[in-house]
Design a protein around this ligand. Sequence first.
Ligand SMILES: CC(C)(COP(=O)(O)OP(=O)(O)OC[C@H]1O[C@@H](n2cnc3c(N)ncnc32)[C@H](O)[C@@H]1OP(=O)(O)O)[C@@H](O)C(=O)NCCC(=O)NCCS
Length: 180
Amino acid sequence: MASEAWHTAAGKPPSASAVEMVHLVLPNHANQLGNLLGGQLMQWMDIAAALVAMRHAGKVCVTAAVDSISFLEPIRIGHIVHILASVNRAFRTSLEVGVKVFREDPINGTRTHAASAYLTFVAIDQYGKPLPVPPVEPQTDEEWRRWREAELRRQQRLQQRELLRQLQQQHVSQSPEGAP
Ligand SMILES: CC(C)(COP(=O)(O)OP(=O)(O)OC[C@H]1O[C@@H](n2cnc3c(N)ncnc32)[C@H](O)[C@@H]1OP(=O)(O)O)[C@@H](O)C(=O)NCCC(=O)NCCS
């Protein structure tokens, strides 16, 4: 049972909301050298992850943070891009989605891990107010590993957020324009 103190709704397994999106890389997705643009891939990853978040939450979700994004291998015009996304863990109003990208060469049939990232989404109402999300109920050893590791990444994100807040407050209190 993966439910935490703040959860009131029933849990859902990651498989209930997981998605795989497939794209063919065309010239309008690429740079002058024929490589897929990083920004295009990030858009596809964000959309795949948003679908997972909204399916899991059953609510509108917005991207709050993107981290650990790695582009491991170039993807070229004519390659097929597989974007696999699934929810790792849900917190109170936020959840973490893991995205893994595979590059498939349709000519020789090879499939290579090309990119990955973690995206945090927050479920919101029509006024932008965060809403509670159901817990994730991992079913497999791999899902349990992702669930445990997601908590460590959340702590890092929130620490970083707090640090930035403190630095901004310091900056405002020290600058003459920002002083009350
Ligand atoms: C995301 C957003 C709703 C959070 O609002 P907020 O007023 O900061 O709300 P809170 O401080 O109550 O945080 C709400 C949740 O977001 C999480 N969160 C907020 N910023 C985060 C960050 N940088 N990283 C990870 N989690 C974050 C909090 O941990 C909290 O989760 P929890 O309830 O599970 O603990 C708000 O910042 C927002 O609307 N941002 C713009 C989102 C957007 O438009 N995205 C599209 C890209 S342009």
